[in-house]
Write a protein that binds this ligand. Structure first.
Ligand code: ZN
Length: 112
């Protein structure tokens, strides 16, 4: 569990690029909680940007998608491997929105 968590953390950190701070916690119910925060936006003294997603691969994917959007919107020109997946992330976001509109998911997030 612990080795797997730190391995995921390293992998996520590589994909998220040098601006990201990636942390994976294990929640009370033993599921991973992915946290990605922005080192630049924090260092400048603005409200720290971060996204927080519980879950398995879905949580990892959702956190990375959010981070990818942040990079694209706030740090044009930044380089990170995850930016290669921006079109996929946008497609997933679109799919999630459609699911929300049809009421098939019960998502309650505060950081969107
Ligand atoms: Zn930022």
């Amino acid at each position: 569990m612990v080795a797997s968590r730190s391995a995921r953390e390293r992998k996520a950190a590589v994909e998220a690029g040098p601006l990201a701070r990636v942390k994976i916690d294990v929640g009370a119910d033993q599921q991973f909680v992915y946290k990605v925060s922005c080192s630049t936006c924090t260092a400048k003294g603005h409200r720290p940007w971060s996204t927080y997603r519980p879950g398995g691969d879905n949580g990892f994917m959702a956190a990375m998608d959010r981070w990818t959007f942040h990079l694209d919107a706030q740090h044009p020109g930044a380089e990170a491997p995850c930016l290669a997946y921006l079109p996929e992330a946008q497609r997933r976001l679109h799919e999630r929105r459609e699911q929300r509109e049809t009421g098939s998911t019960a998502e309650a997030r505060s950081d969107g």
